[in-house]
Design a protein. Structure first.
Length: 317
């Protein structure tokens, strides 16, 4: 156990496997104690057949959370032990229905007595322990079903890597990056349009001098993402979130989220009531990001871009 003191929580799987192996070894000896020839790994399948009667392999797999090949292999082993058999009397020959044999039913009755003793023994462990492992497992299963360990690690990886990202205000030295990042992003999915060149060729005159802002994401001091807040001459909207682009070489570090937050915060500081944006529904990650920022779909507005098929707004007041 000193190993796990060194490894910490990252060895959770290894520690659980070690505990599982220990309990499984004891389980095999417990079946011997009650003179039952039985493999511990058969128990979930055997229990379902004991409680519910005949079932198909698919039904059993769904009930116990195993794969169908795994259940099929267990059924074969239990058939060899004389505990189950295929139900040849099933009206639908395409359904592989299995049920306990007479021997299986006798074993089931003997296991019920054994289970009562095992249940009491585990109850004694719970009463001696400071934490109820059974309830904790149920809680962990629920939490991991809501969000897997993989997803949680991915989020932590993003969070750690995002700390190496700095969002800075636009300077003339970033003009080439502002243009190239947008050209790369647009050309990957669509075609550059006249309205794009107006902003990319002259960001100072088209965006900054009109009261807008441009933010640049730096990763290891290299510009890897950009986004603009463009002042609009519109009765409904104060600013437009536009020209967001992140290098595909550096995606997965929450750069789009950090840029979006910077733009929204800047709009608030400038006293904006609503922000507008245009996008395309084929860009699902982008749409998800905008929704996460609080944008909602609007309809009925014209657009200078052929690639735009969705417009969204964010209420700030």
């Amino acid at each position: 156990m000193k190993l796990f003191e060194k490894t910490g929580k990252m060895a959770l799987g290894s520690r659980l496997r070690l505990m599982t192996a220990r309990i499984t070894d004891d389980a095999a000896k417990i079946y011997e104690l009650y003179d039952v020839e039985f493999s511990p790994k058969w128990f979930p399948v055997f229990f379902v057949l004991s409680e519910d009667g005949e079932n198909t392999i698919t039904e059993i797999a769904n009930e116990i959370g195993h794969s169908q090949p795994s259940v099929s292999k267990i059924i074969q082993e239990m058939t060899g032990a004389g505990l189950v058999q295929e139900n040849r009397e099933s009206p639908d020959k395409r359904r592989n229905v299995v049920a306990l044999t007479k021997k299986g039913k006798r074993v089931s009755e003997r296991i019920r007595v054994q289970c009562a003793d095992v249940d009491a023994a585990i109850g004694s462990i719970i009463s001696e322990a400071r934490h109820n492992l059974w309830e904790a497992i149920e809680e962990w299963e629920f939490l991991l079903e809501q969000k897997s360990l993989l997803r949680r690690v991915q989020e932590q990886k993003k969070l750690r890597e995002s700390k190496d990202v700095r969002i800075v205000n636009y300077e003339d030295r970033y003009q080439a990056a502002f243009k190239s990042l947008n050209e790369e992003w647009i050309s990957t999915y669509f075609q550059m349009e006249e309205a794009d060149y107006k902003a990319l060729d002259n960001p100072k005159g088209y965006i900054l001098d009109r009261g807008g802002k441009i933010f640049v994401a730096l990763y290891n001091n290299e510009p890897v993402g950009v986004c603009a807040l463009i002042k609009m001459d519109d009765p409904d909207y104060d600013f437009e979130l536009a020209k967001m682009a992140v290098s595909p070489k550096i995606q997965g570090k929450s750069i789009g989220w950090l840029l979006g937050q910077a733009v929204v915060n800047a709009a608030k500081e400038l006293g904006a009531s609503q922000i507008y944006l245009e996008s395309n529904t084929a860009l699902k990650p982008a749409i998800n990001l905008y929704q996460k920022l609080g944008f909602r779909k609007v309809v009925g507005r014209s657009t200078p871009y052929e690639r735009c098929n969705i417009q969204m707004e964010l209420q700030l007041k």
